[in-house]
Design a protein around this ligand. Sequence first.
Ligand SMILES: NC(=O)C1=CN([C@@H]2O[C@H](COP(=O)(O)OP(=O)(O)OC[C@H]3O[C@@H](n4cnc5c(N)ncnc54)[C@H](OP(=O)(O)O)[C@@H]3O)[C@@H](O)[C@H]2O)C=CC1
Ligand SMILES: CC(C)CCC[C@@H](C)[C@H]1CC[C@H]2C3=C(CC[C@]12C)[C@@]1(C)CCC(=O)C[C@@H]1CC3
Length: 346
Amino acid sequence: MTTRVRPSSKRCAVIGGSGFLGRHLVEKLLERGYSVAVFDIRQSYELPGVTFYQGDLCDKEALRPALKDVPLVFHCASPAPASDDRALFQRVNVQGTCTVIQACTELGVQKLVLTSSASVVYEGADIKNGTEDIPYTAKPMDYYTETKIEQEKLVLQACDKEGGLLTVAIRPHGIFGPRDPQLVPILVDTARRGKMKFIIGDGTNLVDFTFVENVVHGHILAAEHLRPESPLCGKPYHITNDEPIRFWDFMSKVLVGLGYAAPRYHLPYMLVYGLAMLLWLLAMLLRPLVAFKPTFTPMRVALAGTHHYYSCEAAKRDMGYKPLVSLTEGISRTVESYPHLRHGAP
Ligand SMILES: NC(=O)C1=CN([C@@H]2O[C@H](COP(=O)(O)OP(=O)(O)OC[C@H]3O[C@@H](n4cnc5c(N)ncnc54)[C@H](OP(=O)(O)O)[C@@H]3O)[C@@H](O)[C@H]2O)C=CC1
Ligand SMILES: CC(C)CCC[C@@H](C)[C@H]1CC[C@H]2C3=C(CC[C@]12C)[C@@]1(C)CCC(=O)C[C@@H]1CC3
């Protein structure tokens, strides 16, 4: 007779655990007494309590050892949104997520927590205090969003309350914090190239930026509240700082904190959006001859010039979520963590 090892409830796996959010999640899980298996395409650190498995999540055989005897899996791997490689997004976010679900089911994993994105409902128009019942956009603005929608559907549909895999999706928005490879570095790069002088639109559009530790807190609460009888089963939840801020005020606070000037001059939104569309078309047409990536993509201009903030009332109600770090504290901790990006730094 073979005896199956009963997975310890303080064991878990983090797929994408080498990334920005993944590593913060791993650190918090360790602090809370979990032992963690990290599965990622690259290894970016070593920590006591972490077993590292390197591989592609599309490869089930590579995934299996990381998920074996683990009751709880977090899936926060994705190609970076800045890539415009449709085939890569499709392979990793859609086919790869099918592979993750299959592996979890075959290995008897009890809970799967997906990092989705609030952008699954965003199509370039204003969203004010959006709730989780807004339908997925039928017009995703990029391949990243298109495949995050498919990925979320797959995970939520896989939820089986009758003794099978339980699933939930966390939809963060605008994650920022120490070690973020995107938001602050893109902003500083744009400032260093002298392109952060302009405010797109009237500058009053409100947006959610969410400190990474609050996103981590939402993930752990979701995992710990996910049970067959709980309302979380098969549902998506927004996790934000619950403090929408003007997009341009947030950018200015980070820039000024790092010693750069805040943008001052206004440009009409529709003009910049139109130019971004033209540039994008040009990049498409010239692609066989020259590869260039415009800073001002239509998606980025829309993100910079429209309202997009979301309600996190459902997470408060169903899992007792409350942001732990305020926006002001989050911004100052973030700014302090980037001495090398300060104005004048070598
Ligand atoms: N950052 C944000 O503002 C937001 C992020 N999200 C979601 O949060 C999650 C985490 O994002 P974030 O931490 O910013 O992203 P990161 O790129 O920092 O982390 C993702 C990690 O997954 C790895 N990875 C990519 N492809 C594979 C693969 N095929 N197999 C195994 N590992 C792979 C990446 O490796 P490599 O770097 O080598 O590609 C990276 O280590 C993502 O699902 C993202 O969609 C949602 C909303 C907002
Ligand atoms: C979803 C958002 C809350 C988080 C956005 C993350 C990134 C998409 C943004 C981080 C830095 C931003 C930025 C711009 C657009 C959006 C970001 C890339 C601009 C390109 C917008 C136009 C400008 O004037 C320059 C901006 C640089 C920074």
